[in-house]
Ligand binder design. Structure first.
Ligand SMILES: [Zn+2]
Length: 167
């Protein structure tokens, strides 16, 4: 896990920049969504402002998904650039003053950034509800297999049953 203590970092720096390579096992991506087989690269740039932190991420990687039509596995490029605003959980009588153009995430713990959590969230958001290996996928990639199934001899148990029923 990569945990950044932003409070400590910004005591000494104005801007924090770093590059990370996250191993698939550290990302613990939900298996029912897909599988990450290769390390994911992340370039991170953070600046502090009044209400929290501005986080810019450049994510490079792939996730293996199952096509919802033909059930073949395929790699989807999830590389993306993302900028968001990390904020403290709002107090009840306090309205959020976040910049309107940025997506907001709340910090589980004040001034702590968990890189894997943040990156996992962005990758999950970029996985489509119904993944398709190609927009033109016809759903049948194995006509030979389908034919084989159809030409299978009828199960003898069903043949007996049919015999009994027609008597
Ligand atoms: Zn397909």
């Amino acid at each position: 896990m990569t945990v950044l203590n932003l409070k400590e970092i910004f005591e000494k720096e104005e801007v924090f920049e770093n590059r990370y390579v996250i191993k698939p096992e550290d990302l613990s991506f939900p298996a029912d969504l897909g599988e990450i087989r290769e390390p994911v690269e992340v370039f991170l740039r953070i600046t502090k402002d009044k209400n929290g932190y501005r986080v810019f991420m450049n994510i490079l990687g792939n996730v293996e998904l199952e096509c919802s039509r033909c059930l073949e596995l395929f790699d989807k490029d999830i590389s993306q650039e993302k900028e968001k605003h990390l904020e403290y959980y709002p107090k009840e009588d306090h309205l959020s003053l976040s910049p309107e153009d940025l997506e907001v995430s709340f910090m589980e713990e004040p001034d702590i950034l968990n890189l894997e959590d943040l990156v996992r969230e962005e990758i999950i958001l970029s996985v489509p509800m119904k993944p398709l290996c190609s927009p033109h996928c016809t759903g049948v990639h194995h006509p030979a297999l389908v034919l084989e199934e159809e030409s299978k001899p009828v199960d003898p148990r069903f043949a007996i049953l049919k015999d009994l029923l027609t008597k």
